[in-house]
Design a protein around this ligand. Structure first.
Ligand SMILES: *Cc1c(COP(=O)(O)O)cnc(C)c1O
Length: 409
């Protein structure tokens, strides 16, 4: 008899987006004429840049010719891409990385979900609340947590509330934790940490021999000076941090799939005798066993993001979305809403008026303005009373949505 991995049974159904879909479908059935604008799901809408498309086409042509055909590539990724990443994304920050500290993958979602398997099952983990659900669910699946309680929180996870009183910045845990998930610029709140604030986390991790799993998927959206783009800008971070990055939001690769993870050689985990092991070696071992690399045309396309033309074009994409973010922010503020984020991230996190519940606000926004967003409660207990709008829509839809919120709500 095949037994089930009972850890999977601890997970609630994928409640958030299926519940949104259910409510939207019901509303459409009852109001077939309604013109719904979706500013909910975190997916991009603008096409790939011409430089990227050109590079991918050329790579496909190469694959179709005997002289230039390629089979399996290196599991860790092609050096032509890794070198460009180091040169363009880290050198300007004065962060030195070697080629074997960068691992190309098919997504930051899979990397952030998979990375936990390098850690002992008894490690204690901390996450921000609200949180990108992947960090939590992947640890539940592997058995690192207990069961879920009535507020939707799992036993054996330390939730760090990000609320107005602390400026939406996670407080250091009161107890000792071993694995810390941080995401900045943050999804869903759109907030960032300063270098000083991030330094506190690096110091904590060094004191406690913990590891920080730092998700920088939205790094390209940072507009303000002085906001760290990489955790490795912080002194000592090479000893305690891993960083996840992606071309998804940076260059519109959500459907193309390419990301990369930085694992410095100094980051260590320990056995029960206190003997240290390099996470870099372990991740290499894991990837070479369970992953066969990203396709050549996709890596060639990703490398084109760093060409002269590619850089310019990708910057335009980010600018387009950040102008949307500005439109949403300004529109909501002038309508009297309290808003967070949207300055260094494509997410606007708004406080619902009159302490309305997130899901009640969802219904009201859908019914009165025909705009769909994401209820904050879906990202964790501390998200209750908040609501997320994304800047990833088209300009036209963004402007129309804001006008409707101003006029009809
Ligand atoms: C979109 C997103 C990613 C990127 O995931 P990919 O698998 O690379 O598309 C990673 N982390 C967060 C928090 C995200 O919102």
């Amino acid at each position: 008899m095949a037994l089930v991995n009972e850890n999977y049974l601890k997970l609630p159904g994928s409640y958030l987006f299926s519940e949104i879909a259910r409510r939207v479908n019901q509303f459409k059935k009852d109001n077939p004429a309604a013109d719904i604008i979706r500013l909910g799901i975190g997916d991009v809408t603008q096409p790939l840049s011409p430089a990227v498309v050109e590079a991918m086409k050329n790579a496909v042509e190469e694959m179709g010719r005997q002289e230039t055909f390629r089979g399996y590539g290196p599991e860790q990724g092609y050096e032509f891409l890794i070198e460009k990443i180091i040169e363009n994304d880290f050198k300007p920050l004065k962060v030195e990385l070697s080629v074997d500290e960068v691992f190309i993958s098919d997504g930051a979602k899979s990397d952030t979900a998979n990375f936990q398997e390098l850690f002992g099952i008894n490690n204690k983990l901390a996450v921000s609340d609200p949180v990108y659900p992947v960090y939590v669910d992947s640890n539940v699946m592997s058995g690192r947590t207990g069961t879920i309680n009535t507020t939707g929180q799992f036993e054996n996870i330390v939730y760090l509330p990000c609320i107005e009183e602390n400026g939406m910045k996670p407080p250091l845990p009161g107890t000792k934790v071993d694995m810390i998930y941080l995401c900045f610029p943050n999804n869903p709140t759109g907030m960032t940490l300063s270098k000083e604030e991030l330094k506190k986390w690096v110091d904590y991790a060094r004191e406690n021999r913990s590891v920080i799993l730092f998700d920088a998927a939205y790094e390209a959206y940072i507009q303000e000076e002085g906001v760290p783009h990489s955790i490795f800008e912080i002194e000592g971070a090479r000893e305690v941090a891993v960083e996840f990055r992606s071309f998804s939001k940076t260059a519109g690769f959500t459907g193309t799939r390419c990301a990369y993870t930085i694992v410095p050689k100094e980051v260590k985990v320990y056995d029960s005798n206190g003997k240290a092991y390099s996470l870099n070696n372990l991740w290499l071992r894991r990837q070479t066993t369970k992953f066969n690399g990203v396709s050549y045309p996709v890596q060639a396309a990703a490398a084109a993001v760093f060409s002269k033309e590619g850089k310019k074009q990708v910057k335009q994409l980010v600018k387009y979305y950040m102008e949307n973010a500005g439109i949403i922010r300004a529109g909501l503020q002038s309508a009297g809403y309290k808003v967070f984020g949207g300055i260094n991230a494509p997410y606007i996190w708004l406080k619902t008026p009159n302490n309305m519940k997130s899901w009640d606000f969802f219904d009201k926004l859908m019914q009165e303005a025909n705009v769909v967003g994401t209820p904050g409660a879906g990202f964790g207990a501390s998200g209750e009373g908040y609501f997320r709008l994304t800047a990833f829509g088209t300009r036209e839809n963004t402007e129309r949505a804001v006008e409707r919120i101003k006029n009809r709500m």
